[in-house]
Design a protein around this ligand. Sequence first.
Ligand code: AMP
Ligand code: MG
Length: 439
Amino acid sequence: MSSNARFSPSPDRPLLDVDEARERILAHFSPLSPRRLPLLEALGLVLAEPIRARESVPPFTNAAMDGYAVRAADTSQASHAHPATLRVIGEAPAGGATPRWREGVIHPCLQPGTAVRIMTGAVLPPGADAVVRFEETDEAFEATPDRGRDVVRVFRPVRPGENVRPAGEDIPAGSLVLSPGTVLGPAHLGILAALGYTWVLVHPRPEVAILATGDEVVPPDRPLEPGRIRNSNSYVLAALVTQVGGIPRLIGIASDQDTDLEGRFRAARGADLVLTSGGVSQGDYDRVKEFLRTRGRFEIWQVRIKPGKPMAFGFIDDVPVLALPGNPVASVVAFLQFARPAILRLLGRADLAPIRVRAVLTQHVDNSGRRRHFVRARVERRGDRLFVTPVPNQGAGVLSGLVSGNCLAVIPEDWPEAPAGSEIEVELYDPNVLQELLA
Ligand code: AMP
Ligand code: MG
Protein backbone atom coordinates (compact mmCIF):
# COMPACT_ATOMS: atom_id res chain seq x y z
CA MET A 1 0.00 0.00 0.00
CA SER A 2 1.46 3.34 -0.96
CA SER A 3 1.55 6.13 1.57
CA ASN A 4 -0.68 8.12 -0.77
CA ALA A 5 -3.43 5.56 -0.54
CA ARG A 6 -3.01 5.37 3.24
CA PHE A 7 -3.67 9.07 3.73
CA SER A 8 -6.25 9.60 1.06
CA PRO A 9 -9.47 11.00 2.42
CA SER A 10 -11.90 8.33 3.44
CA PRO A 11 -15.02 8.59 5.57
CA ASP A 12 -13.91 5.93 8.05
CA ARG A 13 -10.32 7.13 8.48
CA PRO A 14 -10.13 8.73 11.92
CA LEU A 15 -8.62 12.19 11.81
CA LEU A 16 -5.12 12.54 13.21
CA ASP A 17 -5.16 14.43 16.46
CA VAL A 18 -3.02 17.53 16.90
CA ASP A 19 -0.28 15.91 19.01
CA GLU A 20 0.04 12.92 16.72
CA ALA A 21 0.18 15.10 13.61
CA ARG A 22 2.82 17.30 15.23
CA GLU A 23 4.92 14.27 16.22
CA ARG A 24 4.75 12.88 12.71
CA ILE A 25 5.69 16.20 11.16
CA LEU A 26 8.53 16.82 13.61
CA ALA A 27 9.98 13.37 12.90
CA HIS A 28 11.08 14.83 9.55
CA PHE A 29 12.97 17.78 11.06
CA SER A 30 16.36 17.95 12.74
CA PRO A 31 18.69 20.88 13.51
CA LEU A 32 20.30 22.43 10.42
CA SER A 33 24.02 21.68 9.94
CA PRO A 34 26.07 24.09 12.04
CA ARG A 35 27.66 27.10 10.39
CA ARG A 36 30.25 29.52 11.74
CA LEU A 37 28.77 33.03 11.91
CA PRO A 38 30.03 36.45 13.04
CA LEU A 39 29.15 37.04 16.67
CA LEU A 40 26.34 39.56 16.13
CA GLU A 41 24.61 37.33 13.59
CA ALA A 42 24.42 34.59 16.22
CA LEU A 43 22.03 36.43 18.53
CA GLY A 44 19.08 34.16 19.33
CA LEU A 45 20.67 31.14 17.64
CA VAL A 46 21.66 27.85 19.25
CA LEU A 47 25.32 27.18 19.98
CA ALA A 48 26.66 24.04 18.28
CA GLU A 49 30.07 23.77 19.98
CA PRO A 50 31.38 23.82 23.55
CA ILE A 51 33.10 27.09 24.46
CA ARG A 52 36.12 26.84 26.74
CA ALA A 53 37.90 29.81 28.23
CA ARG A 54 41.29 30.23 26.59
CA GLU A 55 42.05 32.99 29.09
CA SER A 56 40.74 34.16 32.44
CA VAL A 57 38.14 36.91 32.65
CA PRO A 58 39.21 39.31 33.99
CA PRO A 59 42.70 38.49 32.75
CA PHE A 60 44.42 40.23 35.72
CA THR A 61 43.56 41.27 39.26
CA ASN A 62 42.22 44.83 39.10
CA ALA A 63 40.49 47.64 40.94
CA ALA A 64 36.69 47.44 41.19
CA MET A 65 36.46 51.11 42.31
CA ASP A 66 38.26 54.41 41.82
CA GLY A 67 40.42 55.12 44.89
CA TYR A 68 43.73 54.07 46.41
CA ALA A 69 45.39 50.67 46.19
CA VAL A 70 46.65 49.90 49.68
CA ARG A 71 47.88 47.16 51.99
CA ALA A 72 44.74 46.40 53.99
CA ALA A 73 46.80 45.94 57.16
CA ASP A 74 47.84 49.62 56.99
CA THR A 75 44.21 50.69 57.41
CA SER A 76 43.17 48.35 60.21
CA GLN A 77 43.11 51.11 62.85
CA ALA A 78 41.83 53.89 60.55
CA SER A 79 38.87 56.07 61.63
CA HIS A 80 37.63 59.63 61.08
CA ALA A 81 39.27 60.69 64.33
CA HIS A 82 42.51 58.85 63.60
CA PRO A 83 42.97 58.42 59.85
CA ALA A 84 45.75 56.27 58.44
CA THR A 85 48.15 58.56 56.56
CA LEU A 86 49.76 56.84 53.57
CA ARG A 87 52.44 58.12 51.19
CA VAL A 88 51.25 58.19 47.55
CA ILE A 89 53.94 56.55 45.40
CA GLY A 90 52.24 56.35 42.00
CA GLU A 91 49.16 56.44 39.77
CA ALA A 92 47.52 53.43 38.08
CA PRO A 93 45.21 54.41 35.21
CA ALA A 94 43.31 51.63 33.40
CA GLY A 95 45.20 50.17 30.45
CA GLY A 96 48.77 50.15 31.77
CA ALA A 97 50.61 47.00 32.86
CA THR A 98 52.25 48.79 35.84
CA PRO A 99 51.57 52.04 37.73
CA ARG A 100 53.31 55.29 36.85
CA TRP A 101 55.64 55.43 39.79
CA ARG A 102 56.46 58.78 41.36
CA GLU A 103 59.98 60.10 41.00
CA GLY A 104 62.34 58.60 43.52
CA VAL A 105 60.43 55.35 44.02
CA ILE A 106 63.08 52.68 44.40
CA HIS A 107 60.98 49.58 45.07
CA PRO A 108 58.18 49.35 42.45
CA CYS A 109 55.97 47.61 45.01
CA LEU A 110 53.77 48.86 47.86
CA GLN A 111 55.82 49.02 51.05
CA PRO A 112 54.09 49.45 54.42
CA GLY A 113 52.64 52.96 54.71
CA THR A 114 52.32 53.58 50.95
CA ALA A 115 49.42 53.75 48.45
CA VAL A 116 48.86 54.06 44.69
CA ARG A 117 46.10 56.24 43.27
CA ILE A 118 44.09 53.78 41.12
CA MET A 119 41.23 53.86 38.61
CA THR A 120 38.57 51.18 38.09
CA GLY A 121 39.87 48.40 35.84
CA ALA A 122 43.57 49.19 36.38
CA VAL A 123 45.99 46.38 37.29
CA LEU A 124 46.35 46.12 41.08
CA PRO A 125 49.98 47.11 41.81
CA PRO A 126 52.30 44.56 43.43
CA GLY A 127 52.11 44.60 47.20
CA ALA A 128 48.55 45.98 47.30
CA ASP A 129 45.67 43.75 48.42
CA ALA A 130 42.71 46.16 48.65
CA VAL A 131 41.30 49.41 47.27
CA VAL A 132 39.98 52.26 49.42
CA ARG A 133 37.34 54.28 47.61
CA PHE A 134 37.96 58.03 47.18
CA GLU A 135 34.82 58.55 49.27
CA GLU A 136 36.61 57.06 52.28
CA THR A 137 39.68 59.29 52.03
CA ASP A 138 40.31 63.02 52.48
CA GLU A 139 39.94 63.42 48.69
CA ALA A 140 36.20 63.28 49.25
CA PHE A 141 36.38 66.73 50.89
CA GLU A 142 38.14 68.44 48.00
CA ALA A 143 36.26 70.30 45.28
CA THR A 144 38.91 69.36 42.73
CA PRO A 145 41.01 66.27 43.42
CA ASP A 146 44.71 66.99 43.83
CA ARG A 147 46.23 64.37 41.59
CA GLY A 148 49.73 65.37 42.55
CA ARG A 149 49.25 65.03 46.32
CA ASP A 150 51.96 63.26 48.29
CA VAL A 151 49.83 61.79 51.07
CA VAL A 152 46.31 60.44 51.43
CA ARG A 153 44.38 60.08 54.66
CA VAL A 154 42.16 56.97 54.94
CA PHE A 155 39.13 57.11 57.25
CA ARG A 156 38.02 53.50 57.35
CA PRO A 157 39.65 50.07 57.48
CA VAL A 158 39.38 47.93 54.32
CA ARG A 159 39.42 44.15 54.35
CA PRO A 160 42.00 42.31 52.23
CA GLY A 161 40.39 41.82 48.80
CA GLU A 162 37.89 44.64 49.29
CA ASN A 163 37.07 46.46 46.00
CA VAL A 164 39.39 44.11 44.15
CA ARG A 165 38.40 41.84 41.26
CA PRO A 166 40.69 38.80 41.21
CA ALA A 167 41.92 37.42 37.88
CA GLY A 168 39.46 34.77 36.68
CA GLU A 169 36.74 35.91 39.09
CA ASP A 170 34.19 35.86 36.23
CA ILE A 171 35.63 32.98 34.16
CA PRO A 172 38.72 30.97 35.11
CA ALA A 173 41.00 29.98 32.18
CA GLY A 174 40.32 26.45 30.95
CA SER A 175 36.75 26.23 32.23
CA LEU A 176 33.79 25.15 30.11
CA VAL A 177 31.84 28.38 29.71
CA LEU A 178 28.98 27.57 27.33
CA SER A 179 27.59 24.19 26.32
CA PRO A 180 26.19 23.21 22.94
CA GLY A 181 22.44 23.82 22.90
CA THR A 182 22.70 27.20 24.62
CA VAL A 183 20.44 29.85 23.06
CA LEU A 184 22.77 32.83 22.61
CA GLY A 185 21.52 36.04 24.21
CA PRO A 186 23.28 39.41 24.58
CA ALA A 187 25.26 38.34 27.68
CA HIS A 188 26.45 35.12 25.99
CA LEU A 189 27.76 37.19 23.08
CA GLY A 190 29.52 39.42 25.62
CA ILE A 191 31.24 36.41 27.17
CA LEU A 192 32.33 35.19 23.75
CA ALA A 193 33.74 38.64 22.91
CA ALA A 194 35.51 38.80 26.29
CA LEU A 195 37.16 35.46 25.50
CA GLY A 196 38.28 36.61 22.05
CA TYR A 197 35.75 34.76 19.91
CA THR A 198 34.50 36.78 16.94
CA TRP A 199 32.92 33.85 15.06
CA VAL A 200 30.86 31.11 16.60
CA LEU A 201 29.45 27.77 15.42
CA VAL A 202 25.64 27.80 15.53
CA HIS A 203 22.64 26.20 13.86
CA PRO A 204 21.74 28.75 11.17
CA ARG A 205 18.33 30.28 10.54
CA PRO A 206 16.13 28.14 8.31
CA GLU A 207 14.91 29.62 5.09
CA VAL A 208 11.16 29.31 4.73
CA ALA A 209 9.54 29.82 1.33
CA ILE A 210 5.97 31.12 1.46
CA LEU A 211 3.52 30.59 -1.37
CA ALA A 212 -0.03 31.89 -1.49
CA THR A 213 -2.48 30.07 -3.74
CA GLY A 214 -5.85 30.88 -5.25
CA ASP A 215 -7.16 32.46 -8.44
CA GLU A 216 -8.88 35.11 -6.33
CA VAL A 217 -5.76 36.22 -4.45
CA VAL A 218 -3.90 39.35 -5.63
CA PRO A 219 -0.87 41.22 -4.18
CA PRO A 220 -1.74 43.90 -1.61
CA ASP A 221 -0.61 46.78 -3.84
CA ARG A 222 -3.16 45.93 -6.55
CA PRO A 223 -6.59 47.50 -6.94
CA LEU A 224 -9.30 44.92 -6.28
CA GLU A 225 -11.35 43.68 -9.19
CA PRO A 226 -14.69 42.09 -8.42
CA GLY A 227 -14.26 38.65 -6.88
CA ARG A 228 -10.69 39.25 -5.81
CA ILE A 229 -9.15 39.58 -2.34
CA ARG A 230 -5.71 40.73 -1.30
CA ASN A 231 -3.03 38.33 -0.13
CA SER A 232 -2.77 38.79 3.60
CA ASN A 233 -1.66 35.25 4.48
CA SER A 234 1.85 35.56 3.04
CA TYR A 235 2.51 38.61 5.18
CA VAL A 236 1.17 37.14 8.41
CA LEU A 237 3.11 33.94 7.80
CA ALA A 238 6.34 35.76 6.88
CA ALA A 239 6.09 37.82 10.07
CA LEU A 240 5.49 34.68 12.13
CA VAL A 241 8.51 32.99 10.49
CA THR A 242 10.67 36.00 11.38
CA GLN A 243 9.39 36.03 14.96
CA VAL A 244 10.18 32.35 15.42
CA GLY A 245 13.71 32.90 14.04
CA GLY A 246 13.51 31.80 10.40
CA ILE A 247 14.13 33.78 7.23
CA PRO A 248 10.96 34.13 5.16
CA ARG A 249 11.11 34.20 1.38
CA LEU A 250 7.88 35.19 -0.38
CA ILE A 251 7.60 33.29 -3.64
CA GLY A 252 4.38 34.87 -4.84
CA ILE A 253 0.87 33.72 -5.55
CA ALA A 254 0.10 30.58 -7.51
CA SER A 255 -3.08 30.28 -9.52
CA ASP A 256 -5.19 27.20 -9.00
CA GLN A 257 -3.57 25.54 -12.05
CA ASP A 258 -1.11 22.71 -11.57
CA THR A 259 1.29 23.98 -14.19
CA ASP A 260 1.80 27.16 -12.27
CA LEU A 261 2.32 25.25 -9.02
CA GLU A 262 5.17 23.34 -10.62
CA GLY A 263 6.87 26.60 -11.58
CA ARG A 264 6.31 28.13 -8.18
CA PHE A 265 7.81 25.20 -6.35
CA ARG A 266 10.94 25.59 -8.48
CA ALA A 267 11.33 28.99 -6.82
CA ALA A 268 11.25 27.26 -3.43
CA ARG A 269 14.29 25.12 -4.21
CA GLY A 270 16.95 25.36 -1.52
CA ALA A 271 14.41 26.30 1.14
CA ASP A 272 14.37 24.30 4.36
CA LEU A 273 10.59 24.40 4.49
CA VAL A 274 7.80 25.56 2.20
CA LEU A 275 4.58 26.98 3.57
CA THR A 276 1.61 27.25 1.27
CA SER A 277 -1.75 28.70 2.13
CA GLY A 278 -5.05 27.73 0.57
CA GLY A 279 -5.97 24.98 -1.81
CA VAL A 280 -5.98 22.10 0.67
CA SER A 281 -9.64 21.64 1.48
CA GLN A 282 -12.44 19.87 -0.38
CA GLY A 283 -13.14 22.49 -3.07
CA ASP A 284 -13.01 21.84 -6.80
CA TYR A 285 -9.86 23.88 -7.25
CA ASP A 286 -7.95 22.79 -4.17
CA ARG A 287 -4.95 21.76 -6.15
CA VAL A 288 -2.17 22.00 -3.58
CA LYS A 289 -3.34 18.77 -2.00
CA GLU A 290 -3.50 17.06 -5.41
CA PHE A 291 -0.14 18.45 -6.39
CA LEU A 292 1.47 17.07 -3.24
CA ARG A 293 -0.18 13.74 -3.78
CA THR A 294 0.70 13.29 -7.44
CA ARG A 295 3.91 15.21 -7.86
CA GLY A 296 5.53 14.68 -4.44
CA ARG A 297 5.09 12.67 -1.28
CA PHE A 298 2.01 13.00 0.83
CA GLU A 299 2.26 12.28 4.55
CA ILE A 300 -0.65 13.92 6.32
CA TRP A 301 -3.95 15.38 5.27
CA GLN A 302 -6.48 16.84 7.67
CA VAL A 303 -6.06 17.15 11.40
CA ARG A 304 -8.55 17.15 14.26
CA ILE A 305 -8.09 20.86 14.86
CA LYS A 306 -10.36 23.89 14.78
CA PRO A 307 -9.77 26.10 12.93
CA GLY A 308 -7.24 24.59 10.54
CA LYS A 309 -8.54 21.12 9.76
CA PRO A 310 -7.77 21.34 6.02
CA MET A 311 -4.00 21.18 6.13
CA ALA A 312 -1.47 18.80 4.69
CA PHE A 313 2.16 17.85 5.07
CA GLY A 314 4.38 16.25 2.48
CA PHE A 315 7.44 16.68 0.33
CA ILE A 316 8.22 18.07 -3.11
CA ASP A 317 11.71 17.03 -4.24
CA ASP A 318 12.64 16.26 -0.62
CA VAL A 319 11.74 19.76 0.56
CA PRO A 320 9.15 19.55 3.34
CA VAL A 321 5.91 21.30 2.49
CA LEU A 322 3.38 22.34 5.07
CA ALA A 323 0.18 23.19 3.24
CA LEU A 324 -1.77 25.51 5.52
CA PRO A 325 -5.45 26.39 5.19
CA GLY A 326 -6.43 29.45 3.17
CA ASN A 327 -8.59 31.03 5.82
CA PRO A 328 -6.35 33.58 7.50
CA VAL A 329 -6.98 32.64 11.14
CA ALA A 330 -6.87 28.93 10.36
CA SER A 331 -3.51 29.37 8.66
CA VAL A 332 -2.13 31.19 11.73
CA VAL A 333 -3.41 28.51 14.13
CA ALA A 334 -2.00 25.72 11.95
CA PHE A 335 1.30 27.62 11.66
CA LEU A 336 1.56 27.93 15.44
CA GLN A 337 0.75 24.27 16.03
CA PHE A 338 2.89 22.71 13.28
CA ALA A 339 5.23 25.12 11.49
CA ARG A 340 6.47 26.92 14.60
CA PRO A 341 7.83 23.79 16.32
CA ALA A 342 9.31 22.56 13.01
CA ILE A 343 11.20 25.84 12.55
CA LEU A 344 12.37 25.75 16.18
CA ARG A 345 13.62 22.20 15.69
CA LEU A 346 15.57 23.32 12.55
CA LEU A 347 17.09 26.06 14.70
CA GLY A 348 18.29 23.40 17.13
CA ARG A 349 15.94 24.51 19.89
CA ALA A 350 14.84 21.97 22.47
CA ASP A 351 11.93 24.04 23.81
CA LEU A 352 9.33 23.63 21.10
CA ALA A 353 6.16 24.27 23.10
CA PRO A 354 4.58 27.69 23.62
CA ILE A 355 4.15 29.25 27.05
CA ARG A 356 1.07 27.66 28.65
CA VAL A 357 -0.96 28.88 31.60
CA ARG A 358 -4.26 27.70 33.07
CA ALA A 359 -7.20 30.07 33.24
CA VAL A 360 -10.90 30.05 34.05
CA LEU A 361 -13.16 30.31 31.03
CA THR A 362 -15.68 33.14 31.45
CA GLN A 363 -18.11 31.96 28.73
CA HIS A 364 -19.52 28.72 27.43
CA VAL A 365 -17.77 27.45 24.26
CA ASP A 366 -19.24 24.84 21.98
CA ASN A 367 -17.01 22.07 20.68
CA SER A 368 -19.56 19.73 19.13
CA GLY A 369 -17.18 19.01 16.23
CA ARG A 370 -14.93 17.27 18.79
CA ARG A 371 -11.74 18.78 17.44
CA ARG A 372 -9.04 20.49 19.49
CA HIS A 373 -10.46 23.96 19.42
CA PHE A 374 -8.12 26.93 19.56
CA VAL A 375 -10.35 29.80 20.62
CA ARG A 376 -9.09 33.32 19.97
CA ALA A 377 -9.33 34.88 23.39
CA ARG A 378 -8.12 37.43 25.92
CA VAL A 379 -6.49 36.25 29.11
CA GLU A 380 -6.25 38.60 32.07
CA ARG A 381 -5.44 38.47 35.74
CA ARG A 382 -8.01 39.38 38.39
CA GLY A 383 -6.46 39.16 41.83
CA ASP A 384 -4.50 35.93 41.92
CA ARG A 385 -6.49 34.11 39.22
CA LEU A 386 -6.37 34.12 35.45
CA PHE A 387 -9.54 34.42 33.40
CA VAL A 388 -9.92 33.89 29.69
CA THR A 389 -12.67 35.35 27.50
CA PRO A 390 -13.22 34.43 23.84
CA VAL A 391 -13.16 37.38 21.42
CA PRO A 392 -16.59 37.98 19.86
CA ASN A 393 -15.96 36.96 16.26
CA GLN A 394 -14.51 33.46 15.99
CA GLY A 395 -14.69 33.24 12.16
CA ALA A 396 -11.77 31.35 10.66
CA GLY A 397 -11.28 34.24 8.25
CA VAL A 398 -11.56 37.05 10.77
CA LEU A 399 -8.02 38.31 11.39
CA SER A 400 -9.24 41.07 13.68
CA GLY A 401 -10.16 38.32 16.17
CA LEU A 402 -6.44 37.61 16.51
CA VAL A 403 -5.69 41.29 16.94
CA SER A 404 -8.19 41.83 19.76
CA GLY A 405 -7.16 38.59 21.46
CA ASN A 406 -3.85 37.93 23.19
CA CYS A 407 -3.84 34.12 23.39
CA LEU A 408 -5.33 30.88 22.16
CA ALA A 409 -7.61 29.13 24.64
CA VAL A 410 -7.52 25.37 24.14
CA ILE A 411 -10.68 23.25 24.32
CA PRO A 412 -9.64 19.57 24.35
CA GLU A 413 -10.97 17.37 21.52
CA ASP A 414 -12.79 15.07 23.94
CA TRP A 415 -14.88 17.93 25.41
CA PRO A 416 -18.13 18.40 23.46
CA GLU A 417 -18.44 21.78 25.16
CA ALA A 418 -16.53 23.89 27.64
CA PRO A 419 -18.89 25.34 30.26
CA ALA A 420 -18.27 28.78 31.69
CA GLY A 421 -16.19 28.39 34.85
CA SER A 422 -14.13 25.46 33.59
CA GLU A 423 -10.38 25.70 33.93
CA ILE A 424 -8.61 25.31 30.60
CA GLU A 425 -5.16 25.64 29.12
CA VAL A 426 -4.20 28.86 27.38
CA GLU A 427 -1.31 29.22 24.94
CA LEU A 428 0.67 32.46 24.87
CA TYR A 429 2.75 33.26 21.82
CA ASP A 430 3.69 36.76 22.86
CA PRO A 431 6.04 36.90 25.88
CA ASN A 432 4.74 40.42 26.62
CA VAL A 433 1.40 38.88 27.58
CA LEU A 434 3.10 36.72 30.22
CA GLN A 435 4.79 39.85 31.52
CA GLU A 436 1.41 41.59 31.80
CA LEU A 437 -0.02 38.63 33.68
CA LEU A 438 2.91 38.61 36.10
CA ALA A 439 2.90 42.38 36.62
P1 AMP B 1 -9.10 27.81 0.24
O1 AMP B 1 -8.55 26.93 1.33
O2 AMP B 1 -8.15 27.96 -0.90
O3 AMP B 1 -10.45 27.36 -0.16
O4 AMP B 1 -9.27 29.24 0.89
C1 AMP B 1 -10.11 29.45 2.00
C2 AMP B 1 -10.41 30.90 2.16
O5 AMP B 1 -9.23 31.61 2.45
C3 AMP B 1 -11.00 31.55 0.93
O6 AMP B 1 -12.00 32.45 1.35
C4 AMP B 1 -9.82 32.28 0.34
O7 AMP B 1 -10.22 33.37 -0.43
C5 AMP B 1 -9.06 32.71 1.57
N1 AMP B 1 -7.66 32.88 1.24
C6 AMP B 1 -6.91 32.00 0.56
N2 AMP B 1 -5.64 32.44 0.40
C7 AMP B 1 -5.60 33.65 1.00
C8 AMP B 1 -4.57 34.64 1.17
N3 AMP B 1 -3.34 34.43 0.68
N4 AMP B 1 -4.85 35.76 1.86
C9 AMP B 1 -6.11 35.95 2.35
N5 AMP B 1 -7.11 35.07 2.23
C10 AMP B 1 -6.88 33.94 1.54
MG1 MG C 1 -8.23 28.49 -2.83
